[in-house]
Design a protein around this ligand. Sequence first.
Ligand SMILES: Cc1cc2nc3c(=O)[nH]c(=O)nc-3n(C[C@H](O)[C@H](O)[C@H](O)COP(=O)(O)OP(=O)(O)OC[C@H]3O[C@@H](n4cnc5c(N)ncnc54)[C@H](O)[C@@H]3O)c2cc1C
Length: 201
Amino acid sequence: MTVLNRSEQPMATLDPDMGRLVHEAMDGLGIRTVNSAEVTKVLTGPDGRVRAVATDAEEYPADVVVLGTGVEPETSLAREAGLPLGSYGGLLTDLGMRVRGHENVWAGGDCVEVLDLVSGRMRHVALGTHANKQGQVIGSNVGGDYATFPGMVGTAVSKVCDLEIARTGLREKEAREVGLRFVTVTIESTSRAGYYPGPRR
Ligand SMILES: Cc1cc2nc3c(=O)[nH]c(=O)nc-3n(C[C@H](O)[C@H](O)[C@H](O)COP(=O)(O)OP(=O)(O)OC[C@H]3O[C@@H](n4cnc5c(N)ncnc54)[C@H](O)[C@@H]3O)c2cc1C
């Protein structure tokens, strides 16, 4: 299997040293990862079936192509309605998930931008965990109760087979972009508390 990746590393949501561990884990599974490789074409044979994908530099033969190219908010309806959108194209709401400046319009989930509590900037992070909480907040507020979604800190957990991966907060690049001073440290520890079964280094 070959993964063509436009970014410089698999899982660009991680710092490069952590991304390298993911790359190595994929190597270990026999998955070839080509970084900085932007797919520009999917090529078909005379029978109409896929035969390869291509970057500007090379062709990669393929029997099956799986595309995973990211998520953008589809807010054209909101745009046409004149609702406020942020720099990622997501709807802007207040903390109660009411669309800013519109008394009776609410929005949550993949179509909204959320406040990053570490950087103080609005971001678009399409996660079910946000959508779920925002839906509950909207339900409460529409029903006359009071609830807020104050923001997020960018936590995500994933796996590449046996390799457990988690992140939270900002990458070094993001901290630099918002002018935060930081130090970095690498520690080795177990993947879960010792009293849980199966902790691993
Ligand atoms: C492969 C995959 C894995 C994921 N894994 C995770 C995970 O592990 N953890 C996590 O937190 N998140 C995960 N997510 C993200 C999560 O699924 C989304 O963030 C979440 O579903 C967003 O919820 P939503 O309600 O905003 O949108 P959706 O769940 O997409 O719901 C939108 C609904 O609106 C309907 N719709 C669209 N247009 C119209 C229209 N014009 N009229 C009527 N209905 C319409 C759609 O049919 C759909 O049912 C994953 C997403 C994918 C694709």
